[in-house]
Design a protein around this ligand. Structure first.
Ligand code: NDP
Ligand code: 8X3
Length: 251
């Protein structure tokens, strides 16, 4: 029987590539995001491979999260794999110049949103005695870089939550692990720079960045290991990257 995977942030980047990968690998999919037209397009596109349902909610809104999960059809209610991927950076500013709206967005989405989505699904996984949670962290959760301040704090929080979840769910046999990418070419920088595409494109110029499909492959590998194997914490960077601040670029 196909396993059911729920992916947050499936409308773009890493989540979108993961939806495509898992659809081809015969997972039944619950795809989440806020951009309805993208969710509709995906559902149609992936229907040739697998059964797909979509949920539209903002992860910041706990009631909306709960209502969306309750609205799932019965045959989609037993979620085996949760991929906590929705998130973004908002702004890249010195701490003394940062906007509190950006801080709120990053902490509310990347940290609290992840918790809001996880808790009801964890409760159901405990009941079903089956579950695997993948938290998408970042190299920004392993080290801090200049002007990264609050985004790095949000991803350090994901790192802590990943460890805490693993400990708390150990007694229930639920696998928990984080994948922490370095630079991945997605809409991430367009969001960070609020639609300044030229600035966003500069981030990935002069070297080969990770592609969202690279992370999707790793997620698929991670969730298809035998039950006794849990990839607990994995850091992956482009070959050109050695740290958050060291990237070998051509002139
Ligand atoms: P994208 O901007 O391409 O995708 C972000 C996804 O998150 C979208 O599908 C978006 O969907 C969803 N999302 C954002 N805010 C919300 C919200 N409030 N409620 C619900 N969904 C939301 O970026 P990436 O694919 O790069 O990012 C995915 C994850 O990977 C993030 O957690 C990011 O921090 C992490 N990451 C990214 C790296 C990179 O270099 N790109 C490196 C390391 C980690 P919609 O707008 O439709 O709601
Ligand atoms: C995204 C990678 O280096 O832009 O998490 O913070 S970075």
């Amino acid at each position: 029987m196909s396993q059911i995977a729920l992916i947050t942030g499936a409308t773009s980047g890493i989540g979108l590539a993961t939806a495509h990968k898992l659809a081809k690998e015969n997972f039944k999919l619950i795809l989440c995001g806020r951009r309805q037209e993208r969710l509709d397009g995906l559902k149609t596109e992936l229907a040739t491979h697998t059964e797909v349902t979509t949920l539209n909610f903002d992860v910041r809104d706990q009631n909306a999260v709960n209502e969306a999960l309750i609205s799932l059809p019965d045959h989609f209610k037993t979620i085996s794999v949760l991929i906590n991927n929705a998130g973004n950076a908002h702004g890249l500013d010195f701490i003394q110049e940062g906007s509190s709206q950006d801080w709120d967005a990053m902490l509310d989405i990347n940290v609290k949103g992840l918790l809001y989505v996880s808790q009801p699904i964890i409760q159901q996984m405990i009941k079903n005695k089956d579950g695997h949670i993948i938290n998408i962290g970042s190299t920004a959760g392993k080290e801090v870089y200049p002007k990264g301040n609050v985004y790095c704090a949000s991803k350090h929080a994901v790192d802590a939550i990943n460890q805490g979840m693993r400990m708390d769910l150990n007694q229930h046999g639920i696998r928990v692990g984080a994948i922490n990418p370095g630079l991945v070419e997605t809409e991430f920088s367009k969001v960070r720079f609020k639609g300044d595409d030229e600035r966003a494109d500069q981030v990935y110029k002069g070297f080969k960045a990770l592609q969202p499909e690279d992370i999707a492959d790793i997620i698929h590998f991670t969730i298809t290991r035998p039950y006794h194997v849990n990839i607990a914490d994995l850091v992956v960077m482009p070959t050109a990257q050695a740290s958050s601040t060291m990237v070998k670029k051509s002139d």
